[in-house]
Design a protein around this ligand. Structure first.
Ligand SMILES: [Mg+2]
Ligand SMILES: [Zn+2]
Length: 194
């Protein structure tokens, strides 16, 4: 398929002098940290994405705070219970370690809420709960709405596409594209993000 990636975003963050790393990385959940499975409610069906373990461990070890920002319309639709969602998220923490913050939109795609990505609500909520300025936040996700939510909030963004990511979403992300999660975090830690 020959999809080519820029190694990293070329971040230019002149206002940041002490460290060019993000203070907080917010990961999308489905198809970013774990494989996207429809109506995932069984913790035994959680499968982490390639390099998710090493990427999360690298960022955590560098002192970056970590969170998850996830649209879960399955709650509003009634196909997954909140307790089941929590069990799945607990399983993810069992595999990847604890996250500092989770921000989840439980609303339907048509609810018009302020939190469902591409709206900025989840990103703003996660940042404010941790007291991190939003311009020190990087969002990493697999689709355009992750990037759009980050940009709308004033955060940085990086796209890690899967074969299911649409080509125009990859194009729209410009050079903020990484081939896998570990590469994305490595870029972030050396300041190559924006
Ligand atoms: Mg996703
Ligand atoms: Zn919502």
């Amino acid at each position: 398929m020959g999809r080519r990636f820029t190694a990293c975003a070329r971040g230019n963050r002149p206002h940041m002098t002490a460290s060019a790393s993000p203070a907080l990385i917010l990961f999308d959940r489905d198809d970013t940290l774990i494989e996207d499975r429809p109506a995932l409610r069984d913790p035994r069906e959680v499968r982490v994405m390639p390099s998710a373990r090493s990427a999360v461990a690298l960022a955590r070890g560098a002192g970056v705070r970590l969170g998850v920002v996830s649209n879960q319309p399955v709650i509003a639709e009634g196909t997954v219970r909140r307790s089941e969602l929590q069990a799945v998220n607990n399983a993810i923490e069992g595999m990847l370690g604890a996250f500092d913050v989770w921000a989840i939109c439980p609303h339907s795609a048509t609810a018009g809420c302020a939190c469902r990505k591409p709206m900025p609500g989840l990103v703003l909520d996660a940042a404010s709960r941790l007291g991190v300025p939003v311009d020190e936040v990087l969002v990493i996700g697999d689709v355009g709405s992750d990037v759009e939510a980050a940009r709308a909030a004033g955060a940085g963004a990086m796209l890690v596409p899967t074969p299911r990511t649409r080509q125009e979403e990859v194009a729209d992300a410009g050079n903020a594209v990484a081939p896998d999660l570990l590469t994305a975090v490595q870029c972030a830690l050396r300041g190559a993000w924006s």
